[in-house]
Write a protein that binds this ligand. Structure first.
Ligand SMILES: Cc1cc2nc3c(=O)[nH]c(=O)nc-3n(C[C@H](O)[C@H](O)[C@H](O)COP(=O)(O)OP(=O)(O)OC[C@H]3O[C@@H](n4cnc5c(N)ncnc54)[C@H](O)[C@@H]3O)c2cc1C
Length: 338
């Protein structure tokens, strides 16, 4: 198919999740032209918030923990901007109150986790080009950079390429792109656990422990949270229920109502009346949480420069995604300026 549009940029980034957004900020601050493409309707990736039944629910990431001074410095800016707030000191398993504090506060985002991504994208509006609804379908190395083509046949020529999509999706995009045997093997070893998320709109009381959520990492249901008590859903009580990796694998390909019935069963003991669930919806996350990570914060290959980043690099979760995006952005800025 003929290309509709041909554009030039210094760095083309695939994936406007947290890693891609923070990498964009770092590269734009270094004076580079950045184009950030995402296949989703909105930025954020796994920072995902959905409207349902007159309310709002986080169905991907639920909160984030700050463990390192480097991430604390990033979060300080978000706190100053009023985007995030300290939600709790941790979560009990629902059988007894939380009696220990590990020293790491848990934060949530006003309006839902996706609002953090929207805030970062808005800050970048003048310094980078961010395009959603743009699925990248092929990337090809050129003599001095990369050619990237999207589903709608737009073509981008860039000096460098940064892939922040989950690693199996990045590898599928690359096809036969030359990486060293060692690099390809290391990337192929990265693995993720899936997660099935149920959203339940409830009329009436739900008896979850303070602060309206419980966490059971080693149980079939790993998380139950009340988005109204969290402060993001004034219009309706919406409960998020996450299945463990094992249960998510077991139900992943089953019909929505079968998976929802399992998640609903886990919620029932916390409801005043079982009939109070008025609406339910299922979300499947194939690549929810990395279980086998690449040991460094990013991988840089080339020239032509090709980098990989995201929550499977160095450290998992939101903190890992943020620090990986920041480090990959800085490494690419150095490489392109040298
Ligand atoms: C159910 C669930 C619960 C979680 N709970 C927590 C939690 O409580 N605390 C915590 O810290 N972390 C949690 N996480 C993990 C956290 O959400 C992630 O670590 C973090 O958001 C990952 O950011 P990222 O930028 O690396 O990847 P992503 O957010 O996955 O971003 C990658 C982006 O790439 C895009 N993409 C993929 N392929 C293409 C393509 N071909 N073309 C264009 N775009 C493409 C995707 O649309 C996506 O937006 C949770 C995740 C899930 C799914």
């Amino acid at each position: 198919m003929m290309s509709r549009n041909m554009q030039e940029t210094d760095v083309l980034i695939v994936g406007a999740g947290l890693a891609g957004l923070i990498a964009t900020r770092t590269l734009a601050a270094a004076g580079l032209r950045v184009t950030l493409l995402d296949k989703g309707r909105s930025v954020g990736g796994r920072l995902a918030t959905r409207r349902i039944g007159g309310g709002v629910a986080d169905h991907g990431a639920q909160f984030f923990t700050v463990r390192s001074p480097e991430f604390a410095a990033v979060v300080e800016g978000w706190l100053d901007a009023g985007v995030v707030y300290r939600w709790s000191d941790g979560f009990s398993d629902g059988t007894r109150p939380l009696d220990t504090y590990d020293g790491h506060p848990r934060y949530a985002t006003r309006g839902g986790m996706n609002a953090l991504a929207k805030h970062l994208a808005a800050e970048l509006a003048a310094s980078a080009s961010i395009r959603t609804d743009n699925r990248v379908t092929s990337v090809l190395p050129q003599a001095e950079g990369w050619q990237v083509v999207t589903e709608s046949s737009d073509t981008y020529n860039s000096r460098a390429l940064l892939l922040t999509s989950p690693v199996p999706q990045s590898l599928a995009l690359l096809g036969a792109v030359p990486l060293s045997e060692e690099q390809r093997r290391a990337l192929q070893q990265v693995a993720y656990a899936p997660c099935l998320a149920g959203l339940f709109v409830v009329d009436g009381a739900v008896s979850l422990p303070e602060p309206g959520a419980l966490q059971r990492p080693d149980s079939p249901i790993s998380w139950i949270a009340d988005n109204q008590r969290k402060g993001i859903s004034p219009g309706a009580r919406v409960i998020t229920v996450h299945a463990s990796p094992d249960v998510s694998r077991q139900f992943y390909d089953q019909a929505d109502d079968v998976a929802l019935a399992y998640l609903r069963e886990a919620l029932l003991p916390f409801l005043e009346t079982p009939g109070s669930i008025r609406e339910a919806e299922l979300k499947r996350w194939r690549y929810a949480l990395p279980t086998a990570l690449y040991p460094e914060r990013y991988l840089l290959a080339g020239p032509p420069y090709l980098a990989f980043a995201g929550d499977a690099f160095g450290e998992a979760r939101i903190e890992g995604a943020a620090l990986s995006g920041k480090a990959a952005g800085a490494a690419l800025a150095d490489a392109l300026k040298s």
